[in-house]
Design a protein around this ligand. Structure first.
Ligand code: MG
Length: 254
């Protein structure tokens, strides 16, 4: 099942995508999945980010080949940072290239969307707390990341967390999915989540030992090798096997 969030005639709702049609949900998908009579054509609505996270918990160096390209070793525990809810944008929305940066990179990632409140969750029960999976572009001002040492500025600009285009609920094994980035139609990243240093169950369990994960929160599970810069006017696409493609254009800051 593909869960979308959309606006139509000034109103925002969640829905279930069925072919080219969206059946609107009565509530949020965290409360229930009941649909009514309301149906829209996919082409007639604007898709939004499929959830509204209070936080995105993101992983650093969670693929060995990416750690190697940065001259680092894989960490012995998950290395986490936060991206604010205000950094989220939806499919086809513009990534704004900040005036403050000279180097803005794409990072294609598997996003885990939390379905119910999770605290002190074991690895065995971790997937029970997942609503589904979505594409994430962990956009990064690489020059500022190097300069600051800390990640808040480099990862936290508005528009630096494209999510979507929907939440796919029918992924049997999140630890075996192809993750790719395309820049202007050319493939730049090609990895598989089986190469993550820490898999999805471990990440949920680990993070829930630290902080409460709320419905709609997203874990951005890290990026494989091949990250690189984007320029104003570029079109970047994150493709995730079994989910779909998340496309955004880069625009200058006004
Ligand atoms: Mg990342």
């Amino acid at each position: 099942m593909k869960i979308v969030r959309f606006t139509e005639a000034g109103r925002t709702a969640y829905g279930i995508l069925d072919g080219e049609q969206i059946k609107a949900l009565w509530t949020t998908p965290f409360e229930g999945l009941a649909t009514g009579w309301e149906v829209h054509a996919l082409g007639e609505v604007e898709l939004l980010a499929p959830c509204e996270p209070t936080k995105i918990v993101a992983l650093g160096l969670n693929y060995r080949d990416h750690a190697v390209e940065f001259g680092r070793e894989a960490p012995d525990e998950p290395l986490i940072f936060l991206k604010p809810g205000t950094s989220v944008i939806g499919p086809e929305a513009e990534i704004i290239y900040p005036r403050m940066s000279r180097r803005v990179d794409y990072e294609a990632e598997l996003g885990v969307v939390i379905g119910k409140t999770a605290r002190h969750v074991t690895e065995a029960e971790a997937l029970d707390y997942v609503l589904g999976y979505t594409c994430v572009n962990d956009v990064t001002a690489r020059d500022l990341q190097k300069k600051d040492g800390l990640f808040t500025r480099a990862k936290g600009f508005d528009t630096f967390a494209p999510l979507g285009p929907w939440i796919e609920t029918e992924i049997a094994d999140p630890d075996n999915l192809t993750v790719e980035a395309y820049l202007n139609g050319e493939r730049r990243q090609h990895g598989n989540t089986r190469d993550m240093v820490f898999g999805v169950r471990r990440l949920i369990s680990f993070i829930s030992e630290i902080m409460t994960l709320l419905p709609g929160d997203v874990i951005a599970t890290g990026t494989p090798s091949g990250v690189g810069p984007m320029r104003v006017g570029d079109v970047v696409e994150v493709r995730l096997e079994g989910v779909g493609a998340l496309r955004n254009r880069v625009a200058a800051e006004k």
